[in-house]
Design a protein around this ligand. Structure first.
Ligand SMILES: [Ca+2]
Length: 215
């Protein structure tokens, strides 16, 4: 009699344990971390001049930017698009696992060195304003960060002409080139907070978000 009762209990316990293991956030085969990379910039303005379709500034525009700077400020505004990819598309686990980015505190650095090295010049910090769904549908979700800074100090450190070159490299007509001379001169350091139906998606520390996908 006792055996007949024990067998189903053991079976159910093993089954429940297996199910919990399959859904555990710590199981790398069912909950891979969302990945991040710098995707693009758009609506890039320096001293009111839109750079998006420009390769170079005209002499008159250079004078305008420099004179704005010598007057004590130089507004720079653009949208920085951060790509987020959720790899939990069902191919490595039992199902598609949607994720929600609930907070992201970020620091933005630009590479002031047009050569090989990356001169990490801090230019702005911020916090994401709205939660963002990242479905595991195989598509990259864009997190647009609205950047609005006064580049007066940075221009003073770099020199106005080098700053204009940098701005054109990351905001001009070739800014979409995914190399270290263009989009690779943008670096975001951020700590994401992501939740899923199975619990939080944890990251070991700050992510250095640049050209290549990182988790
Ligand atoms: Ca560089």
């Amino acid at each position: 009699m006792r055996k007949k009762i024990l067998v189903p209990i053991v079976t159910i316990s093993v089954f429940t344990f297996s199910l919990l293991m399959a859904c555990s956030p710590s199981d790398p085969f069912t909950l891979l971390r969302c990945q991040f990379r710098i995707e693009s910039t758009e609506d890039f303005f320096v001293a009111g001049i839109q750079l998006d379709s420009l390769e170079n500034l005209s002499p008159a525009q250079i004078i305008e930017v420099v004179s704005t700077w010598t007057s004590g400020s130089c507004p720079v505004d653009f949208t920085l698009n951060v790509g987020i990819f959720n790899p939990n598309d069902g191919s490595t686990g039992p199902d598609i696992i949607p994720a929600t980015l609930t907070s992201l505190a970020w620091d933005l650095y630009l590479d002031g060195d047009s050569g090989e090295s990356f001169d990490t010049t801090w230019v702005a910090s911020g916090v994401m304003s709205e939660a963002l769904e990242v479905p595991g549908s195989g598509e990259t979700v864009i997190l647009p960060l609205d950047i609005s800074i006064d580049a007066f100090v940075v221009m003073g450190e770099m020199g106005p002409m080098d700053f204009i070159d940098l701005a054109l490299a990351i905001g001009g007509i070739d800014s979409g080139l995914r190399d270290s001379d263009h989009l690779g001169r943008v670096l975001v350091i951020a700590v994401p907070t992501i939740t899923t139906p199975f619990g939080p998606m944890t990251y070991s520390g700050s992510l250095c978000i640049n050209l290549d996908w990182i988790d």
